[in-house]
Design a protein around this ligand. Structure first.
Ligand SMILES: Cc1cc2nc3c(=O)[nH]c(=O)nc-3n(C[C@H](O)[C@H](O)[C@H](O)COP(=O)(O)OP(=O)(O)OC[C@H]3O[C@@H](n4cnc5c(N)ncnc54)[C@H](O)[C@@H]3O)c2cc1C
Length: 395
């Protein structure tokens, strides 16, 4: 079947969220013909994100969000174990909560004004490489062709590749008097949220996103319990459920001209599953490399730069986070309580002043390296802890 020439592109991006739209912006701003195909009927909707991000991270993505996209500024975080808690002052880190519905549309507008086309309600059902071109088929039966395909379809792609080690999560938008507009709350409970935590992300005074994630949990049941504990009255105005990937980046980032970015490449932080900045940079690095390849007769060797640049920027940080995750996954509530109660105030002050939201593994590492923690974790984990700490010092 002949495909009309207006259905043939330099690059087709599957998935119109943060990583896909940034890749599209980058490639089209270099003068290439780009089409973004998005399954959902509206860019940014349904929102499946807490929206917590640093202003510094957004600047690196080349975005100054509009005032209406910023929901609130975060100045403190309360971190809780079952029976203890401490508070970090995060004023220096300029952390904001963004409305992804509005943010993703800003990215779409940037991509479009750079020359990209975006189509919503376009569900890709197959991607094949035939006669030197990708053939992208939609559920409607329509076919588009391109020289490069960018895979930005999120965690669904990770699942499709056969990785099963994902964490179920749920997040409700809630109105409740106990939500403070400048405070994030994170609650660890290894029985209720194994391997992860519950969170309160404010979007204003009295409103926010309440979430839970944990290995093998039922997010709906767990969230209901969490809300019950926080106390009535509250109203749930929206519910979403989505899988999280916390096992690190998945190499290789490209198979010839099929380039994988964002959540689809596992570019989410192994500690918090945050991926706006790290996945967004994936889109930008990939976009630059694809543009170079296109400028050089589709030479795929330029795509190596994408993987190298991303790993040079985030690789060590992700490796450290994975080791720290190993420790956290071994702790029970009693151990966490003990560690939380032993953190010296001076240490918390230091973290408040010096830690970096986007590269927080150093803060976490020193947190687990306070004297009581070391003695305690060594007693708990023995040589395994010594090995992890030794591996961490090599990264
Ligand atoms: C509950 C929750 C809270 C989070 N909170 C934060 C946070 O506070 N801060 C942070 O930095 N990160 C957070 N994240 C992670 C963040 O949302 C992701 O890392 C980020 O959205 C990844 O962007 P992406 O473009 O790689 O993929 P996604 O945002 O997953 O987008 C993939 C896109 O592909 C589309 N798609 C899927 N299949 C098809 C198909 N067949 N055809 C066409 N299109 C398709 C989808 O509709 C979707 O739009 C959170 C994630 C979850 C689940």
């Amino acid at each position: 079947m002949d495909i009309p020439t207006d259905c043939i592109y330099d690059v087709i991006v599957g998935g119109g969220s943060v990583s896909g739209l940034l890749a599209a912006r980058e490639i089209s701003s270099n003068g290439f013909k780009v089409l973004v195909l998005e399954d959902d009927h509206e860019i940014g909707t349904p929102e499946h994100c807490g929206g917590v991000v640093s202003q510094k991270g957004l600047e690196k993505l080349g975005i100054i969000p509009r005032i209406k996209t910023i929901e609130t500024n975060i100045t403190k975080a309360i971190i809780k174990s079952k029976n203890n808690s401490f508070q970090i002052n995060s004023e220096n880190q300029h952390i904001i909560v963004i409305d992804r519905r509005s943010f993703d549309k800003e990215l779409a507008f940037q991509a479009q004004t750079s020359g990209a086309e975006i189509n919503t309600k376009s569900s890709i059902t197959s991607v094949n490489f035939v006669d030197n071109l990708f053939s992208i088929k939609l559920s409607s039966g329509k076919i588009f062709k391109s020289k490069f395909f960018v895979e930005a379809r999120g965690v669904s792609h990770v699942l499709k590749k056969g990785f099963r080690d994902i964490i179920p999560s749920g997040q409700y938008e809630v109105y409740a008097h106990w939500i403070q507009k400048d405070t994030i709350e994170v609650e660890f409970d290894t029985e209720l949220y194994p391997g992860f935590f519950a969170w309160i992300i404010p979007t204003g005074d009295g409103k926010g996103k309440i979430g839970v994630a944990g290995k093998n949990i039922n997010p709906s049941f767990t969230l209901d319990k969490f809300l019950e504990k926080k106390g009535k009255p509250y109203s749930i105005i929206r519910k979403i459920y989505a899988p999280l990937w916390v096992r690190g980046y998945i190499k290789p980032f490209n198979l010839d001209r099929n380039v994988i970015i964002g959540d689809a490449a596992g570019q989410t932080k192994p500690t918090t599953a945050g991926g706006i900045y790290s996945g967004g940079m994936g889109g930008i690095f990939a976009g630059r490399s694809i543009s170079k390849s296109l400028n050089n007769n589709n030479d795929c060797s330029y795509l190596k730069d994408y993987q190298n640049n991303w790993i040079n920027t985030f690789g060590k940080e992700f490796d450290r986070m994975l080791l720290l995750r190993k420790i956290l996954e071994r702790l029970d509530n009693k151990s966490l309580d003990k560690i939380f109660s032993s953190i010296p105030a001076i240490f918390i002050e230091k973290i408040s002043l010096s830690s970096d939201f986007d590269f927080h593994s150093v803060a976490l590492k020193s947190f687990l390296n306070t004297r009581t923690s070391v003695n305690f974790l060594y007693a708990l984990m023995g040589n395994e802890y010594r090995k992890i700490i030794s591996d961490l010092s090599k990264i």
